[in-house]
Design a protein around this ligand. Sequence first.
Ligand code: NAP
Ligand code: MG
Length: 486
Amino acid sequence: MLKTDEQTYLNFINGKWKASNSAEVKKNTNPANKEDVVGFVQKSTLADLNEAVEAAKGAKDGWHKLSGDARGKYLYKVANVLESRLEDIATTLTREMGKTLPEARGETARGVAILRYYAGEGLREIGNVIPSTDSEGLMFTTRTPLGVVGVITPWNFPVAIPIWKMAPALIYGNTVVIKPASEAAVTCAKVIECFAEAGIPEGVVNMVTGSGSVIGQGIAEHPDINGVTFTGSNAVGKQIGQTALARGAKYQLEMGGKNPVIVAEDADLDLAVKATISGGLSSTGQKCTATSRVLVHKAVYDEFKQKLLSQIEKLTVGDGLGTQNWMGPCSSESQLNTVLSYIEKGKEEGATLLLGGNRLMDSEHESGYFIEPTVFENVTPKMTISQEEIFGPVLALTKVDSFEEAIQLANDVEFGLSASIFTNNIQKMLAFINDIEVGMVRVNAETAGVELQAPFGGMKNSSSHSREQGRAAIEFFTSIKTVFIK
Ligand code: NAP
Ligand code: MG
């Protein structure tokens, strides 16, 4: 494997590791300790991207001609390599974006499972026979790949998201050019090393690192990229969707969330507290499905609040590599500053700060971007912290008078990714399932938590209304051909 030195990661184009022709690199450091250099990645140019797209275009017919079984065998090999490197890759993930090592190991293991799930897809049905009105005709559907797929991913799941996009793209016969998030590009480069080590044919998988405004935008605009799959913020996603639409390319966007949990008067409060903490604060709140609004019935509000605060006070914050730490840092200085500015807005607009709210600056924490788990109450629907995605460990509590008010507030945001309710009442469960405007509906379970074999995605401004993962992925990564034979 060609590397200029052990800390410098190259682009992967047409089966070879290649430096960018910019001759510039970006330094990625550890958000738990900014002195720790995780690695350097290429600051690529459009010329690098063009070369990668050319390679993917050149490889697509050969890859599509293989049987699904043969493509699946490559994915099984990638899964085995990733599994053998799990500890190294999980450690890199923790050092590069901060989530704790158990979370990073879980994410990497999920990557292995996703690869195996889609490897099996190579042998499953891809069409239906439909009765024709012509008794001498045979009519059926089959599926064909898009061709070259551009993959643009965020930093918060730098192993799982690239894999849950690339694995279905590949099994259904597409070739791929991926641009990972700059802040977590070393981790993604190590995932791509697993594809290389598994012997994926030249040009089938290509990675080009670089800025969103150059390489990301370049993918959205490239005339030879037939589909673009994106996960990230709403502002960027909308722009990518419009660019892809204007040139007739298929696109898929998974974006932000403002996910509520409803705690009904008959809820199991201990369960609800546990799920609110796990959903809201694990991964330092940096999940698109993170719980951020907590809507609690007035009859149980005080008891719930006391239980919640007493549990959160016990949480330990520190370097995710340390086994004693439950919550790691914010992923970057700019992320930390964004979260702190939302906390200031919450205070200014009249919410009551119950817990946390500060950057941790003692000797154990000063070299990283650590923040206290933070809880507000008296949060009203029009406040900024009720409406905008914070992407940090901040919970906003609101006392509600009724179940109907809780549902109304839960839906009163532009997002619609995930929502949960805690209740043992079947009527409330059914009403919630019916009335809640989200793609991921969770009953007596935290808002975060998805299973790779089930469709994943949002409603409203959280998504382009497509779904990823499970068998649903086939809808984006293929086109249907309706065939009639006489
Ligand atoms: P982001 O800023 O939108 O970045 C996502 C990706 O887009 C990165 O690779 C980024 O590159 C690239 N990009 C930036 N500007 C671009 C442009 N003008 N054109 C094309 N690409 C561009 O999002 P993020 O800060 O990495 O991630 C956090 C967001 O992702 C949150 O909103 C979160 O809710 C969302 N998210 C959603 C899901 C979901 O499934 N719904 C899952 C996880 C995260 P650079 O890194 O080089 O800037
Ligand atoms: Mg960003």
